[in-house]
Design a protein around this ligand. Sequence first.
Ligand code: TXA
Ligand code: MG
Length: 346
Amino acid sequence: MNDTQILHINETCIDEALLTQAAEAITQNKTVILPTETVYGLGANALNSEAVNKIFIAKGRPQDNPLIVHISNMNMLEKCVKEIPEKALSLMHVFWPGPLTLILEKSNLIPSNVSAGLNTVGVRMPDHPIALRLIERANTPIAAPSANRSGRPSPTTAQHVISDMQGRVDVIIAADHSRIGLESTVLDMTQKPPMILRPGGVTLSQLQSVIPEIIIDPQIHQSVDSPRSPGMKYTHYAPQAEMLMVRGEHAEVIKKITHLMDEHKHIKTAIICADEHLQDYQGQHCLSLGSLANPAFMASQLFTVLRQCDELNLDYVITEAFVEEEMGLALMNRLKKAVGYKILDV
Ligand code: TXA
Ligand code: MG
């Protein structure tokens, strides 16, 4: 057990003394949970393998799942990678700082446990004042996976990280809720054409507006044994409840979900749906992600709603399916994992 220090830092008025404390913890190779615009990250000095090892221990993360390295300026990037291809550079100009992780060939300064033995490394510049200032002040890139216990939904509030990680890390920076609420897009620039390994905060069409040939890894739609992005193979985001997704024409979906809910009356159930459909499930316990008109907002609510399933001790949860376009693609990717790919087409 660590004696975790919780530092409350406000992003609009950063307390320099507290920030310095967190930065010193990083330079002392300790673990620091930091807010980013996507989800909270569990950070440590990316250039020190012992520090990085503490991340794996705190999360209970399998060693074959590589970490994303967070940087605050281009000099740091040069330290982390062998070369910066022209196309990667044009993406960085448009999307950094922001929710885009680029997979590039790694330099020798990146320890092999960061990249799980691969010769590539995922790097991103987060769009969050506290994260950027922390990296700048520590003056070292910070390796950081999402700050959840392995298998749990990624944390988007200080409360989520405190409940998952208190006692397991040295420092927690408790700040506001994460603005995007869902992880970065992971784009492999070492493949031709560049391939999206994980949909996230930057959408396919946004990326294609800069590099038209970018494609999506077909594997992201299925559950596979050895995906290109190692992290995609593990059970993720799964609440304790038995989960199911019902997909199809809406009238049929309502009928099926209502029928299944009736069959499970004796246990604690809930339906994950959109605002517009709340009226279709009267008498049922509904957890809405928000309006269909705002898929980015729905995506930002997903992890909170999945955690609510546990807080409410639900036994059986059925979710609607949503349109797999733009942020809806990332939302559905996480939702399908949460239901363990159990999808009923009606
Ligand atoms: O938004 C985010 O990306 C958050 C915040 C904290 O930055 N981080 C995050 O990290 O989601 P994590 O570790 O939970 O997910 C990283 C994903 C995993 O699926 C991992 O397999 C993949 O990125 N990844 C990392 N390095 C890779 C590499 N060299 N090649 C292929 N996939 C890689
Ligand atoms: Mg994660």
